[in-house]
Design a protein around this ligand. Structure first.
Ligand SMILES: Cc1ncc(COP(=O)(O)O)c(C=O)c1O
Length: 482
């Protein structure tokens, strides 16, 4: 082995896993159930794990003898399974470095951040169906215009954790929402996004694994990648994340962090069922893994019911709740918060001293006035977007009758599946015709998919109608080009 080979394999070891026979057996599950021979079934099982990203380029597999003993087959069975996988180019055998999954380990470039940025790339003079920013309600405008900030000794400087009065008010709001909270558990931030970024900076180290939904808010997944973490997406079902897959991934991948957006998920609108929410909370408690519960959209449920937090279901679990005023009061105010145990809050308070010191005091003072009207503001945003989602669904039926979507029960968008073609290709084509939209590529965590378009329903009715009509024209042009 040359020096270069040795250096390369040392690098590979840092970024890839040495997969033990027990781990591989666990990941394979019940692999010997097909009619094929044992060696063919085993090869199929391993090939499937590579295809699904459970095993990645560079991962080192157990020796034939150890795997054979662990899965109770003869060594010859594993030898011929591996042999087929070498022939198919799925495995690679290098002298001195054992059997590895072929291909290179995920590189910084492949894991590169930057999906969220694409959501700000509306072309000038085109209709913006990229961003999903709720309008400010007349009540919120009124509160802002009447606001008279109290400037005194307590507001000259901002505490990195937030103004005491605001922290107490947020604790009261969360307690009223069903999650008993004290002011010491609250850290006020510049929006939920800063809360997510601070948590990632504090809890994730380069090379760590973080779990999230397979389709996820890119502001979070980008933050993990920037930190050098590996994101792994869990399949999303109409009831929330596939809970068995989540449990399996916790055991096999040992994530340092899980982040979920269980209520009116961005971009699919999925509302996680109570049964799944309970199991997520139990998994957090049983495995001691921190779960971030992103609740920024929890109040945009069309039936007006805000689900209780995961944190309230298992107060003993390490669940950090992230919320903000962005979706129900004013996105531009940039005020959000996180609720965590007071020890973590103090650590993050320290971290802020190296980032931005504290949240802007005028914004916090205004947040106090807005939170005082939280119930009405939240109800309004849910009603406005329920009506907008109904209107958008009708427009889609007229202009894009072959696009499929599940009527959302909450959230700020429709997540529509194209019957054919590429969402990214279509989005580029539509941008050329004056309407900007985001497709699957902006939201997929680590799985490749390219068949959905997100249609925000936050614009005025006139813009929404013009936008969907133009999308219809673009779709006919795109399909017509073949
Ligand atoms: C799921 C999700 N989390 C977090 C954020 C960031 O919210 P904020 O504006 O409070 O920073 C967004 C913004 O759209 C979001 O959709």
């Amino acid at each position: 082995m040359t020096l270069l080979d040795r250096a390369t394999s040392a690098l590979v070891d840092q970024r890839t896993a040495v997969v033990s026979a027990e781990q591989l057996a666990l990941r394979l599950g019940r692999w010997a159930t097909t009619d094929a021979t044992l060696s063919a079934s085993l090869a199929d099982g391993i090939a499937r794990l590579v295809r699904e990203g459970e095993l990645r380029g560079g991962d080192r597999l157990p020796s034939e003898r150890t795997l054979a003993a662990t899965v109770s087959v003869s060594r010859g069975t594993v030898v011929s399974a591996y042999a087929r996988l070498y022939d198919d180019g799925i495995l690679d055998r290098r002298q001195g470095s054992g059997t590895r999954v072929a291909g290179t380990p995920p590189t910084a470039a492949r894991q590169s951040a930057g999906r969220a940025e694409a959501l700000y790339a509306t072309l000038p003079s085109s209709i913006d169906l990229l961003r999903a920013v709720p309008p400010i309600s007349p009540l919120a405008v009124d509160i802002v215009q009447r606001h008279r900030p109290v400037l005194d000794a307590s507001t000259v400087e901002g505490d990195p954790a937030g103004l005491p009065a605001l922290r107490s008010l947020i604790a009261q709001l969360m307690t009223d929402d069903g999650t008993a909270t004290t002011a010491a558990q609250i850290l006020v931030t510049h929006g939920a996004q800063q809360a997510l970024s601070l948590l990632v900076d504090e809890l994730v180290s380069p090379g760590d694994t973080v779990l999230t939904e397979e389709v996820a808010w890119p502001g979070f997944t980008d933050a993990v990648r920037r930190r050098g973490g590996q994101v792994h997406g869990i399949r999303l079902t109409p009831d929330g994340v596939d809970i068995d897959a989540l449990e399996m991934a916790i055991v096999v991948r040992r994530p340092v962090l899980i982040a979920l957006n269980p209520h009116n998920h961005n971009p699919t609108g999925v509302q996680t069922s109570l049964a799944v929410r309970r199991r997520i909370a139990d998994l957090a408690a049983e495995h001691g893994v921190t779960v971030i519960e992103d609740r920024v959209l929890a109040h945009v449920s069309f039936d007006g019911v805000t689900p209780p937090s995961l944190a309230s279901l298992r107060p003993d679990a390490p669940i950090v709740v992230v919320e903000s005023l962005s979706k129900w009061a004013w996105e531009g105010l940039r005020v959000g918060w996180l609720r965590a145990d007071p020890v973590l809050v103090r650590r993050l308070r320290g971290l802020r001293q190296t980032t931005d010191l504290s949240t802007s005091v005028p914004s916090q003072l205004l947040a106090i006035d807005l939170i005082a009207q939280a119930p009405v503001l939240r109800r309004t945003v849910a009603t406005v977007h329920r009506e907008a989602a109904d209107a958008a669904a009708k427009l889609l039926a007229v202009h894009l009758p072959d696009w499929r979507f599940r009527p959302p029960r909450g959230g700020l968008w429709l997540w529509a599946q194209l019957p054919s073609g590429s969402a990214a290709g279509f989005a580029r084509y539509a941008a050329g015709l004056g309407v900007s939209v985001a497709g699957s590529a902006q939201f997929m965590s680590d799985v490749d998919a390219d068949d959905h378009i997100r249609i925000p329903v936050t614009s005025t009715p006139a813009v929404l109608e013009a936008g969907i009509q133009r999308l219809g024209e673009a779709w006919r042009g795109y399909v017509g080009r073949g």
